[in-house]
Design a protein around this ligand. Structure first.
Ligand code: HQG
Length: 184
């Protein structure tokens, strides 16, 4: 069993190399984001991060947001979402619930009022299925502010939605007319 701190440390390391900077340790991701488990262990070790198949298994299983997954054979691993490098995750478009939420920082609401939600460095805007999750996502950026997103109406208007393996909803953008401030 890993300590909580070790799990967090390894999870952050995996987020870095599987979502953003595979080049940091010299691994490559295929077009679907997968990388070879043995090679990851070897190259992480060379970069000073000791991993093993058991450690990876534990982090994949216990990660609070299901950030990572193995393929069926268990010889490849990838991040489920959140990439800044170009990968095709193969999500199926899916009808969203009528209402979703987006948590952000109070200081950016003036900008969002004008631009709507834009995806910044990631491939999609991330939307939460419930208010509590949105509040904790927003808190990562500062004093939280939560929007209700009229996802059902967006869908009927032709916007495409995907759901990540960890339950997060993804879409390209959310124009201001589909956003309302939410009290929580
Ligand atoms: C904001 C975490 C100004 C947006 C979480 C957000 C999530 C704007 C920030 C996942 C804007 C981008 C994603 C505009 C959007 N003007 N700011 N027009 N439009 N923004 O981290 O949604 O730990 O890329 O509100 O749980 O915070 O990575 O997105 O505050 O699911 O697994 O720009 O990341 O998961 O920040 O978080 P992020 P996010 P992980």
């Amino acid at each position: 069993m890993l300590s909580n701190e070790e799990t967090v440390r390894i999870s952050k390391f995996l987020s870095l190399v599987l979502r953003h900077r595979p080049d940091k340790i010299g691994i490559s991701l295929d077009e679907n984001g997968w990388t070879d488990v043995q090679e990851l262990i070897r190259k992480a070790g060379a970069a000073g991060v000791q991993l093993s198949p058991d450690v990876l298994q534990e982090v994949v299983e216990t990660n609070n947001k299901k950030r990572f997954a193995f393929n069926e054979r268990g010889d490849m691993i990838r991040a489920n979402q959140g990439h800044s490098v170009s990968v095709e995750l193969g999500y199926q478009a899916k009808q969203p619930p009528e209402i979703l939420y987006h948590g952000t920082a109070l200081r950016v609401v003036d900008s969002i009022k004008v631009q709507g939600l834009i995806k910044q460095k990631r491939h999609h805007v991330h939307l939460s299925p419930d208010v509590d999750t949105a509040v904790s996502v927003g808190r990562r950026h500062g004093k939280p502010f939560v929007y209700t997103v009229q996802a059902g109406q967006m869908y009927r208007d032709g916007y495409t939605f995907y759901q990540s393996a960890n339950g997060v909803w993804l879409t390209e953008e959310v124009p201001p007319r589909y956003l309302q401030p939410t009290s929580y």
